[in-house]
Design a protein around this ligand. Structure first.
Ligand code: 2HG
Ligand code: ZN
Length: 463
């Protein structure tokens, strides 16, 4: 519990109704989508203006009070978890559309704007915001930027970083910085905007963002292919990406499909099952692209790579096929999964897949492993499921042991221990497999510049 004089000062900044101290609120705002940690913040504040955020950060500096920024709380690495009496600064109320410029095709919004609302606003203007993922209905743009969120269209459009053309931030020192100001061209030294993107709240708070919108993409078609074995998915990717303009290339295993069908009530699209499935989406403004897709499918069948295929004939069918992939993560929560979010370069995927498959088979003989992810980006999400009745602590300890071997394998392949979910609390002990000691030292030095009193999300990314 914070002393009264600090609580009074917080009330004088945000007003009584936007300082939350109830146990339910502390629980709700003190945790993200992870289940490993217990929420224990001392208070939650809901600022409504950038100036209020600045006053909060200045106050926190005076009293050496740690701050945890909170967005839509959909994170999967414990980046927005307050476990130790921190002050949670929830950006929910900074959720206004601030500016839209049709000529620049730029949109400035408060950090608390829900991703889906931003996407809808773009659509209403006849434009398109291309970053998308299953949690877009609750994730906030500030959180997306703080974690450089990826998602299902990275193969064509890249990560959140590619779409941020301006940021208004409050640094750990309480400075308000306006970074890049929506410019397309701006070669004036270090681009601090890019330091804040993916910094997971360790340098300051993102309060407003300007994103680049584009013309909506042409009509697209979704195809799901039953694939013979894991490594073959990469042959299928090579084949389809050579002939089509792909906007997604995802995969999932039969066990993922079975669970989504059983627990979400979706219809299974195949008569006969395959060990793996590739889901691809391609631009299909004319019949030519669909004919081309059918030819590529035939080629893959002749090669013995693909067993079966379904292709969407309508928007509804396309959406239903997407659900088979997008609903996997939420469906698996009931097994308290141990999650991996790893990547290597696409060209190294075929060899990496063989080794990671071997490692997992040896390491988890007694656990069910569900494979899925953005394989077209070289990104695998393998979820290890806890058997019913197996003690959580023991399960976790087993998985943590394997993570070191996985980390070493990733280091050998020059891959990443966190492809898109961020480091937070979950991955920090594995960071050294992907970043050198010199790099991590530099990151610490950068943090000291923006946050000399070490109040911004301490303990996240690195200690
Ligand atoms: C996805 O791609 C998300 O579905 C979640 O990044 C992955 O829960 C996971 O492991
Ligand atoms: Zn993902």
């Amino acid at each position: 519990m914070l002393p009264d004089h600090i609580l009074n000062q917080l009330v004088s900044i945000v007003g009584e109704s936007r300082l939350l101290l109830d146990a339910d609120d502390l629980q709700h705002f003190g945790i993200d989508r992870t289940t490993e940690w217990q929420a224990a913040p001392s208070a939650v504040v809901l600022p409504e203006t950038v100036q209020e955020v600045q006053s909060i950060v200045r106050l926190a500096n005076q009293h050496n009070l740690a701050i945890v920024p909170s967005g839509g709380r959909t994170g999967l690495s414990g980046g927005a978890v307050a476990t130790d009496g921190e002050l949670v600064v929830a950006l929910d109320r900074l959720n206004k559309i601030i500016d839209f410029n049709p000529l620049d095709r730029s949109l400035t919004v408060g950090a608390g704007t829900i991703t889906a609302q931003l996407q809808q606003f773009a659509e209403q203007q006849g434009l398109f915001y291309p970053v998308d993922f299953a949690s877009s209905g609750s994730s906030q743009i500030g959180g997306n930027i703080a974690t450089n969120a990826g998602g299902i269209k990275v193969i064509k459009y890249g990560m959140t970083r590619n779409w941020v053309i301006g940021l208004k931030v409050v640094t750990g020192t309480g400075e308000i910085l306006e970074l890049n100001k929506g410019l397309a061209k701006n070669n004036t030294g270090y681009d601090l905007r890019h330091l804040f993107i993916g910094s997971e709240g360790t340098l300051g708070l993102i309060c407003e963002a300007t994103v680049q919108l584009i013309q909506p993409p042409p009509e697209s078609t979704v195809m799901v292919l039953g694939v013979n074995d894991f490594a073959t998915i990469m042959d299928v990717l090579k084949c389809f990406s050579s002939g089509l303009d792909l906007s997604a290339f995802e995969f999932f295993s039969q066990s993922a499909l079975e669970k989504v069908v059983a627990y979400r009530g979706h219809a299974t699209p195949f008569q006969t099952s395959a060990p793996f499935y590739a889901l691809l989406e391609f631009a299909s403004a004319d019949q030519g692209a669909i004919d081309q897709a059918m030819q590529l499918f035939e080629h893959c069948t002749e090669q013995g790579w693909v067993l079966d295929a379904v292709i969407s004939q309508s928007l509804t069918q396309a959406k239903n096929l997407w659900k088979l992939r997008e609903d996997i993560s939420e469906t698996l929560w009931q097994w308290q999964p141990y999650k991996n979010d790893i990547s290597v370069r696409v060209s190294r995927m075929p060899d990496f897949i063989r080794e990671v498959d071997q490692l997992v088979a040896q390491s988890y003989p007694d656990f069910e492993v569900v494979w899925y992810g953005h394989i077209g980006d070289g990104n695998l999400h393998l979820n290890i499921l806890k058997p019913e009745g197996f003690p959580v602590d023991q399960f976790h300890a087993n998985c943590v042991n394997v993570s070191a071997e996985m980390g070493q394998l990733l280091a050998d392949y020059e891959g990443s221990v966190s492809a898109e979910h961020g480091v937070g609390l979950l991955k920090k002990e594995y960071l050294h497999y992907s970043r050198s000691a010199a790099e991590i030292d530099m990151m610490r030095s950068i943090k000291r510049v923006f946050d000399p009193n070490h109040i911004m999300n301490p303990g996240k990314v690195f200690d």
